[in-house]
Design a protein. Structure first.
Length: 713
DNA sequence: TTTCATCAGATGTAT
DNA sequence: ACATCTGATGAAAGC
């Protein structure tokens, strides 16, 4: 079997390190006193795949990134219909202070609520097809209401932004109605199947980490889904669909934004070092409102006059900024046509953002700084790092290209803030070799077994490494099982392509490629079907992501409190593949037969999380559960064996079936739940055990999350 | 493999 | 209505 090829012989036995690694936990999610507690069922992992309103149409999987509602945990329970569309309830946003751009007038809530009434019937329907039709009809009816609303509101002279927004939406709908209905129904499904109280949390004007995280998670999921659907259609070349903007608009129109009121200084729920991959994300969480402009400002009443003050800037290379120093930033003002090629460059004027920066210089207020950097994984894309608060120290006028005036502002980072941009710079130096990582024990503990090296690092104490094991990136003794849907594999010589109706591997995944172009998993599934040995597609096929090795630069490191852990030098996008769980497939996991106390520490047991896959109302899904699958990485394994448990994890696991001559090999792959900044520990939820395995030793959990169960297995 | 050119976008502010 | 440090894509240009 090609993926089980051992790489023995490459491990240097002199590296036997006689230290017992702990499988303990470090706090990765600091919880403040204002952390809102949430009705999360005890023992439920955050990535629960339950569906209160399934079954879903093809390609629409239920998505529960974080919060599962209590009633949805019980297969027998009737979903709370009132709750199901409470996000359309105008009362639920009464506490939010709308800014001028608030896009959703009450009339639209009414229209959407009507639509949702129809959707609640989905619960009792069993055929996806009828649901799809239902969705389309519902969509159309809600569309006609929008049109009516627009006319009404313009007649009575509603606020500009209100009427404009609906016109925008209407225009969008008309132009691409044929493709939009599908997307709209998908999005409605996502929103309807998401946990309800979370919507109110998202709309909070003073949010916390949880609500910001949930907002971003919904946004990213919708964006990925739109990308996937658009890809499957016969896309017009050269026409960009901008799924990032479309997903953002949808959430904006629903009022699903966090910290919508502008403010000076820190934004609640956003931490220094947080990273983002789209400007729209900054907008949705209230970190930086304009979706293009680099300077965000707000009017502030100072004595009787109101003057603009800058609240945040994005420095991402559009102008000639100087960001050589980690703590000082020379920022260029806006305007003067510096960002466009088709217009003549002019002098910048002291207006808009430039004026605001000038005022902020004299006022001395804090300005948030977001650094836009090149994304190593996506040459065409950027990654945005929130670098904390700065103060403007001085300003002057420079002569830029063509000798035109450019405003310059010197911003200095406030002391005492945790490292963010500096960390990125350090990592870049480690990679270039211009500076070396402190505490490196082994530059590559895989001894070349992986495409990318994995450092072993300890910069906290004297431990020389974890206990001996053989680095092995595949699965030993993978037992082929009868596939749920037999197939002899695909014949996509050039690789499987989205929208190909003849590819059996796509068909098994609901007709879509499960991964986006940048190797990002679109959504979790109870079982994902990748191409395998009996497929004729090449190894770099987009449906073989979990077989193509590590894509990020990882390090195994000694955690501050206990044990060894795993983290990445590179930022990881939400949904991105991280690694497989490698090791030896074993028949049974009997802890009493294992010797000393912690020998079961390197067991991955898919059955431990079995309750997560009891999908109410969708027995088909439940049947696909590939347990029992138990993998031991005690003697041989890869980086995955170092991932610690957390009750608020940033990584989730996904069962994957690989096509293999009418049989299939089961594997387990890990993906990022959300964007993960560099040097953040990677953790997943080890899950629960089945009742008959309750004799497993419980270990005390120290993850520090508000949702901590107190123990894990 | 980087850069350029092109173009459709969205939001918030100003007119 | 307008200004604006987007983001994908394809073409052209650096090594």
């Amino acid at each position: 079997m090609e993926d089980s090829t051992p790489v023995s012989g490459s491990f240097d036995k002199s590296r036997v390190l006689n230290v017992k690694p702990l499988r303990c936990l470090v706090p990765v999610f600091p919880s403040g006193p204002n952390f809102s507690s949430f009705p999360t069922p005890q023992g439920a992992a955050p990535f629960v795949c339950v569906t209160p309103s399934g079954p879903f149409p093809p390609g629409v999987a239920p998505f529960y990134p974080f919060f599962a509602s209590p009633e949805s945990q019980n297969p027998g329970a009737v979903p709370n219909q009132n709750a199901a569309f409470s996000f359309n309830n105008p009362n639920s946003i009464s506490n939010a202070v709308p800014i001028a751009s608030y896009r959703t007038p009450p009339s639209q809530y009414a229209a959407d609520a009507n639509g949702e009434t129809g959707s609640s019937k989905r619960v009792t329907r069993s055929r996806a097809q009828s649901q799809q039709e239902d969705r389309s009809a519902q969509y159309l009816s809600s569309f006609s209401m929008h049109v009516t609303d627009t006319d009404d509101t313009s007649k009575v002279g509603r606020s500009k932004s209100g009427s404009r927004s609906k016109r925008t939406r209407g225009r969008q709908d008309i132009n691409i109605a044929s493709t939009d209905i599908d997307i709209d129904s998908v999005v409605e499904n996502i929103l309807a199947s998401s946990n309800i109280p979370a919507f109110d949390m998202i709309r909070r004007t003073d949010a916390d980490k949880e609500s910001v995280g949930y907002n971003l998670m919904i946004y990213d999921f919708i964006r990925r889904k739109i990308t996937q659907i658009e890809e499957s259609k016969d896309a017009v070349p050269g026409v960009t669909r901008r799924p990032d903007l479309r997903a953002g608009t949808i959430l904006m129109n629903k009022g699903l934004r966090t910290n919508s009121k502008k403010r000076v200084g820190a934004v609640p729920g956003v931490e220094i070092g947080d990273c983002f991959f789209f400007r729209m994300e900054l907008c949705l969480i209230g970190l930086h409102a304009p979706c293009m402009a680099g300077i965000d400002y707000m009017g502030m009443k100072i004595s009787q006059d109101e003057e603009p003050l800058a609240v945040s800037i994005v420095s991402s290379g559009g102008y000639e900024d100087n960001n050589e120093d980690g703590d000082v930033l020379i920022y260029s003002g806006q305007g003067g046509n510096y960002y466009r090629r088709d217009k003549e460059i002019m002098d910048q004027k002291l207006e808009r953002g430039n004026l605001a920066l000038e005022k902020s210089l004299h006022r001395g207020n804090e300005v948030r700084v977001i650094r836009g950097l090149k994304d190593f994984a996506n040459p065409t894309g950027k990654v945005y790092v929130y670098d904390g608060l700065y103060r403007i120290q001085e300003s002057w006028v420079d002569k830029g290209k063509s000798g035109c005036n450019v405003f310059k502002y010197k911003l200095v980072r406030l002391p005492g803030q945790s490292e963010a941009f500096l960390t990125w710079k350090s990592i870049q130096q480690w990679k270039e070799g211009t500076n070396s990582r402190v505490g490196v024990i082994l530059p590559d503990l895989t001894s070349g077994a992986e495409s990318s090296p994995v450092s072993l690092v300890n910069d906290v104490d004297d431990e020389k490494g974890p206990a001996y094991f053989t680095y092995f990136p595949g699965l030993k003794n993978a037992k082929p099982v009868d596939p749920v849907e037999p197939s002899t594999g695909c014949v996509c010589i050039g690789g499987c392509l989205p929208g190909n109706p003849n590819c059996p591997c796509l068909q098994k995944n609901g007709g879509h490629l499960p991964y986006n172009a940048n190797a990002v998993l679109v959504n979790q599934k109870s079982l994902l079907y990748e191409c395998g040995p009996s497929c004729q597609c090449p190894p770099n096929c987009r449906n073989r992501i979990s077989q193509s090795g590590l894509r990020v630069r990882l390090e195994v490191f000694k955690t501050k409190d206990k044990g060894w852990g795993l983290r990445s030098w590179d930022p990881i996008r939400a949904g991105a593949f991280i690694c497989e769980y490698a090791g030896e497939v074993i028949a049974n996991h009997k802890p009493e037969e294992l010797g000393s106390e912690n020998e079961d520490d390197y067991i991955f047991d898919a059955t431990r999380t079995y309750p997560l896959f009891e999908l109410p109302g969708d027995s088909n899904e439940a049947l696909k559960i590939p347990h029992p699958l138990i993998i031991s990485a005690k003697d041989a394994g890869n980086v995955a064996r170092f991932m610690n448990h957390s009750c608020s994890p940033n990584v989730s696991w996904q069962p994957i079936s690989r096509e293999n001559k009418n049989e299939s090999d089961l594997h387990v792959a890990f993906h990022a739940i959300r964007h993960i900044p560099p040097m953040t520990e990677l953790t997943y939820d080890y899950g629960m055990v089945q009742p008959d395995k309750a004799d497993l030793r419980k270990k005390k959990c120290l993850c520090g999350s508000m949702k901590c169960k107190g123990y894990f297995y």
